[in-house]
Design a protein around this ligand. Structure first.
Ligand SMILES: C[S@@+](CC[C@H](N)C(=O)[O-])C[C@H]1O[C@@H](n2cnc3c(N)ncnc32)[C@H](O)[C@@H]1O
Length: 218
């Protein structure tokens, strides 16, 4: 069994989320089978942006609405969040979002097989604060090497976390990578356009600070 960075939260699915999944998953959900060609998936040539672990999808919705000329792929395994995202996609009549409900590591390994992404976002990933769980954190040297193969040269990788220990770990893993650079070797000021997510709000309520990191694929 691979070490997973998530625990599937069954959560409470509302009636409207369930209905949205039944009705809209066939339209916006991606059935994974072999190599994914993103231009075919979205039906056009456009920049392709990926958000890993979108939670309830609010940041994905905001980015897709602000940048209709780009396509947005979201990967998460949180069913209630997928329902929430589908409701928002329909409300806002968005055509530039597709959703995958599988471990992002598997998708990046097996289904996206070339440097096809213009940007990747990882906002408030599960922090796995206990030391014995640190191996479950998504950011590890092997994962960064995998991302480097999937992000185009000059493409961006934007991360944010409210856990200081994880922020330092992210910084050290990315600074050790020869594939990514951020020119300043340190954290990045929070971009005002980045959506305040549910987990960021939770962190702020708990009195946490927030660290953003913005790296470019060399
Ligand atoms: C702490 S939540 C943050 C959600 C959202 N980004 C936010 O800021 O509110 C982390 C999310 O990442 C998802 N996740 C963690 N590891 C994942 C993986 N390997 N593949 C897909 N989703 C993953 C979890 O299901 C969860 O929804």
């Amino acid at each position: 069994m691979p070490i997973r960075s998530f625990v599937r939260r069954s959560g409470r699915i509302t009636v409207s989320q369930r209905k949205a999944i039944d009705k809209l998953w066939p339209v916006y959900g991606v059935k994974i089978a072999g190599e994914l060609n993103l231009d075919i998936l979205f039906g056009r040539k456009a920049e392709k942006h990926l958000e890993i672990g979108f939670g309830n999808g609010n940041s994905l919705i905001d980015m897709a609405m602000s940048n209709p000329e780009h396509d947005y792929l979201g990967i998460d395994v949180y069913t209630s969040g997928i329902g929430h995202l589908l409701i928002k996609i329909e409300e806002n009549q968005l055509t530039n979002i597709r959703i995958i409900n599988t471990d992002a590591v598997e998708v990046l390994t097996n289904n996206l097989t070339s440097a096809c992404l213009d940007a990747v976002y990882l906002f408030f990933p599960d922090p796995w604060p206990k030391k014995r769980h640190h191996k479950r954190r998504l950011i590890q040297p092997d994962f960064i090497n995998l991302l480097a193969k999937r992000i185009k040269p000059n493409g961006n990788f934007h991360l944010a976390t409210d856990w200081e220990n994880y922020a330092q770990h992210m910084l050290s893993v990315l600074e050790s990578s020869l594939e990514f650079t951020n020119h300043t070797n340190t954290f990045f000021p929070r971009p005002p356009e980045r959506t305040l997510t549910k987990f960021e709000q939770r962190g702020l309520r708990l009195g946490h600070k927030v660290w953003d990191l913005l790296y470019r694929r060399c």
